[in-house]
Design a protein around this ligand. Structure first.
Ligand code: PEP
Length: 251
């Protein structure tokens, strides 16, 4: 399975000029056989797309999406709007959105709406903390099962599951997640996916990891963490750091 690297710019950078410069620099530095998705803020998507070279290996993703197709939903963005901007992927259920009230039910509605329009989904799951009794596994299981409720087996090929333990994300991260633990959760998620579909379908879904990924830890996470790619936040805002990670994985 070809690995994938996803960059989530979150609410950065602060101007379209910087966004264009950042994507152009990444584009220039990365190898052409990379499999890369960049998720800028909605408002920069058009400009970022315009700045990509003809042979670019970068595809565009969104950081979220609404589940209705149009109407009186001030401030929201519909799947068809993303499609019309050549957006191929959307991150759904990021922990920063869940922390602001996004339930598994809303996540599920968004996923189904995106799949209807042929946009691939990066479903983020992950626990806030690890407890001794293993309740965190229940939480991950619920996020996967409820997020994918009603999604047909045929559509599993359009899903990527990103395991992102909340305690390992961002500048407030308490520590890094050990690749051994990443591997355990990746197997756990695969088992859930197999139970929801079939052995063949479940095992073909890409599982990626996100949480303070950088140039130093990326090779070990991929080789020992049993994942098919990475989701980078902060590192994707630095053209050198992000392209170094990409080139390490696709050299
Ligand atoms: C994220 O928020 O999805 C993320 C992985 O962030 P960071 O790489 O900055 O920890």
């Amino acid at each position: 399975m070809k690995k994938i690297i996803i960059g989530n710019w979150k609410m950065n950078p602060s101007s379209v000029k910087e966004a264009v410069s950042l994507v152009s620099n990444i584009d220039k530095k990365i190898s052409s056989n990379g499999n890369v998705v960049l998720c800028p803020p909605f408002i920069y998507i058009g400009a970022v797309r315009g700045a990509l070279s003809k042979k670019s290996s970068i595809k565009l993703g969104a950081q979220d999406c609404f589940y209705e197709e149009g109407g009186s939903f001030t401030g929201e963005i519909a799947p068809s709007m993303l499609k019309s901007m050549d957006v191929k992927y959307a991150i759904i259920g990021h922990s920063e959105r869940r922390a602001r009230g996004e339930s598994n039910d809303i996540v599920n509605k968004k996923i189904r709406a995106l799949l209807k329009k042929g946009i691939k989904v990066i479903l983020c799951v992950g626990e806030e903390e690890r407890d001794e009794t293993g309740l965190y596994l229940k939480r991950i299981e619920e996020q996967v099962k409820e997020g994918l409720r009603g999604v047909s087996k045929n559509n599993f090929k359009n899903i990527i599951v990103a395991y992102e333990p909340v305690w390992a994300i961002g500048s407030d991260a308490s520590k890094n997640c050990d690749p051994k633990d990443i591997k355990e959760i990746s197997i756990f998620i695969k088992k859930i996916l197999v139970d929801l579909s079939s052995r063949e379908i479940g095992l073909s879904v890409q599982i990626i990891y996100g949480g303070s990924v950088d140039v130093k830890n990326a090779p070990e996470i991929v080789s020992n963490g049993g994942v098919d790619g990475l989701l980078a936040g902060r590192a994707s805002l630095d053209a050198k750091k992000f392209s170094d990670i990409i080139n390490l994985l696709f050299s």
